[in-house]
Design a protein around this ligand. Sequence first.
Ligand code: EPU
Length: 418
Amino acid sequence: MDKFVIKGGPRLQGEIPIGGSKNSALPALAAALLTDEPVTLRRIPRVRDIRTMQRLLVDIGSQAEVDGETIRLHTPRIVSSEAPYELVKTMRASSLVLGPLVARTGRARVSLPGGCAIGARPINLHLLGLEQLGARIQQAHGYIEAEAPDGLRGATIHFDRITVTGTEDLIMAAVLARGETLLRNAAREPEVADLCALLSKMGAQIEGAGTSTIHIRGVEMLHGADHTIIADRIEAGTFLIAGAITGGDLKIVDCVPEHVGALVAKLLQAGAEITQTDASSVQICVPKRLRSVDVTTEEYPGFATDLQAQYLALMTQAQGIAMLVETIFENRFMHAQEMARMGANIRLEGRQAIVAGPSELTGAGVIASDLRGSAALVLAALAARGETVIDRVYHIDRGYEKIEAKLARVGAQIRRVE
Ligand code: EPU
């Protein structure tokens, strides 16, 4: 298992380019199942979750050609409508094939994801929505079986709570359903809008993408398309915080500044100097110690839960007391205990973390437990005195492409050891 060895201290300076969004690429890959024509997807990040999804699609019947960051998927025929436990247990987003499979073949068998490091993460809302679209859902032997032999039909679906992949799954089901579908309390994340942009190029009729009410008029078939995935806002946010925590001067390029608006607002309040240098870059400069600022995670356009861990690392270095409230997942503070081993002063109370800063962090051996929590440990290590060894970095490799190379290029002392 690979480890990162990080020597803290250097101020990061220079430019970091952002790659395509993992959480946008995953549903886009699944969407390719909706047509028997080739779909070309560009700016696909080379991370482990993408390779997992690609394996699943090949099992299902897709031919995949990869050329750098471009994947061409062609699925003339579905050979298996199943997402097996072996893949779903390593990546919950595998459930994104549920909607496309039922829409295209009238049948899907998808393993139920088990527990997860950050919370229970059920898929009940995906299933309820599919039932409303006319699918019959049964559960047996750890699998969900969905059947709609006569095809799906449009319906009005009101989500009990906002779910990102749930919204995506049901959009993909509804685009080929007979009649009209109205999704209310839908997720407004940029990744949902990006999926809708791809589906529209494939011939789907969708209105309201990026808002909480999405209107879909079902069509008989979809065709091939060529689409470039949006920039990864969580990668961009992680590097903005890397600039801040090292008191550095970093330019984050090839990103969508608006997508990190909630984080930028907090960093400005904390005292960082941030300028949007052009339509796709943001510069952060932190010449003096930051002030602590509270954060509550929310659905987009609120503060992303996927940046909470990294922000917690930053608050260990800010002056004062910050309260972080996690409202999306019930167990997303595993990184706090590891940071405490490095000297952070964090008290956990249910879904709240109270951080008193600044504390002097010292390098230690720590263990990565989930994707964003591990990225937060990298950030804490950049600010720590001495050497930190982070074990199990395969969690980071699920969602960050070459994070160590990108950080090293702007001055971080980080290396991967096998
Ligand atoms: N929920 C339900 N029932 C459902 C679906 C969700 O109760 O059927 C609950 C969840 O348990 C959670 C909340 O609703 O408490 C929101 O979950 P959501 O469904 O929005 O999460 P997700 O779609 O499984 C995506 C991202 C996550 C990100 C969340 C929240 C992908 C592939 N994953 O997950 O990304 O944290 O939205 O923004 O898009 C990551 O990249 O590290 C990551 C975990």
